[in-house]
Design a protein around this ligand. Structure first.
Ligand code: 8YV
Length: 337
């Protein structure tokens, strides 16, 4: 197909060369980041670049909202390689007839592995002790040197029981003999609860009972600061908190204060309010493990996420059914136009 007749897609993030090549079989591909460069999109630079494009490939950023859709009325599909899609205004896209897709399932197990690893690193003080060793401060053994909390046999609290929450619960119950309690707006059916070895409790009970709390709820206005000072006050002073959900679900300033005051024992954080900025007080407290939003980052999984986003883009702009559309109702409307 000649270049001029092909729809243009804007890939807003660094992308695998193989995925760019696959997209180039269908579209004129505008990939300003290439495979490596990062662009700090502003609403203005994104709108200017998206103008005239039929599709966007994004991840957890940049933001896609009504203003962008108005500035780029040519857009027909916005496909994300992230499962969380709080950066995309879904109702605005649906109203504009723009297909939106995310990338669920392919990252579930990898993200659960990481959540468990971060929880274990937090409980067993792995990062803190490594910094101590690297600083040349290890001179002798002591029975309580970096003594942390056991994971096996402890109570695992899962806040948010979607696919990733369930995969974490399974690891805890079946792999580490943990007692698992969870809180979610909707309760799992009894058979699934039994298979996972997980028991639904109210949020306050979850906070009070958990030795290790892992947060896996999607971000929305309803989950903003779901865990703040009041919730931290309900937790055991020996408990740990791990957040692999989204920045903003936890009140980072309140958490930093609780860590400093040893109101809870420790935290493991992969996501932050306003990331890549990190609350300065979190950088100075020793009892927190900090990672740069890498829970889904195994190469195999990141490639599967990118492949899924590309498959949605191809189906969304050509014929076919996008595998993981969030608003498939726009497709028949489009066909009727
Ligand atoms: C992404 C994620 O790496 O899928 C998600 O929701 O948080 C991660 O897997 C991230 O969104 C990239 O921006």
């Amino acid at each position: 197909m000649p270049f001029a007749n092909r729809p243009r897609v804007l890939v807003t993030i660094p992308m695998f060369a193989e995925v760019l090549a696959k997209l180039a079989g269908h579209f004129e591909v505008d990939a300003p980041c290439g495979t490596a460069d990062h662009i700090d999109w502003t609403p203005e630079t994104l709108a200017a670049r998206a103008r005239g494009a039929a599709g966007l490939l994004v991840a957890g950023a940049p933001r896609v909202d009504a203003a962008l859709l108005a500035a780029a009325p040519s857009l027909r599909a916005v496909c994300s390689m992230a499962v969380g899609h709080n950066n995309i205004d879904l109702p605005a896209c649906t109203a504009a007839g723009v297909l939106v897709s995310n990338a669920p399932d392919v990252l579930t197990e990898t993200t659960a592995d990481f959540g468990f690893a971060l929880m274990m690193a937090t409980a067993r003080r792995i990062a803190e002790s490594e910094h101590f060793l690297r600083a040349g401060r290890w001179t002798h053994w002591s029975y309580d040197m970096f003594a942390g909390a056991d994971v096996h046999g402890a109570t695992l609290g899962v806040l948010g029981m979607g696919r990733i929450g369930q995969a974490i619960a399974r690891r805890g119950a079946l792999g580490f003999g943990m007692r698992v309690v969870y809180h979610n707006r909707s309760r799992l059916d009894a058979t699934t609860e039994q298979q996972l070895g997980a028991r639904w409790v109210h949020k306050a009970a979850l906070l009070a009972e958990a030795d290790h709390l892992v947060i896996v709820v999607p971000y929305s206005p309803a989950s903003h600061h779901l865990v703040g000072a009041a919730e931290l006050a309900l937790m055991k002073p020996t408990a740990t908190l791990t957040n692999i959900a989204r920045g903003g679900v936890v009140d980072d300033a309140a958490l930093a204060r609780a860590l400093k005051a040893r109101r809870i024992a420790a935290a493991g954080l992969d996501v932050f309010e306003g990331e890549p900025q990190v609350h300065p007080d979190l950088l100075t407290v020793p009892n927190v493990v900090l990672t740069p939003h890498i829970a889904s980052a195994s190469l195999r999984t990141r490639r599967a996420m990118a492949d899924l986003a590309a498959a949605n883009l191809v189906a969304g702009l050509h014929e076919g059914t996008p595998p993981t559309a969030l608003n498939p109702q726009v497709l028949p409307l489009r066909a009727a136009q």
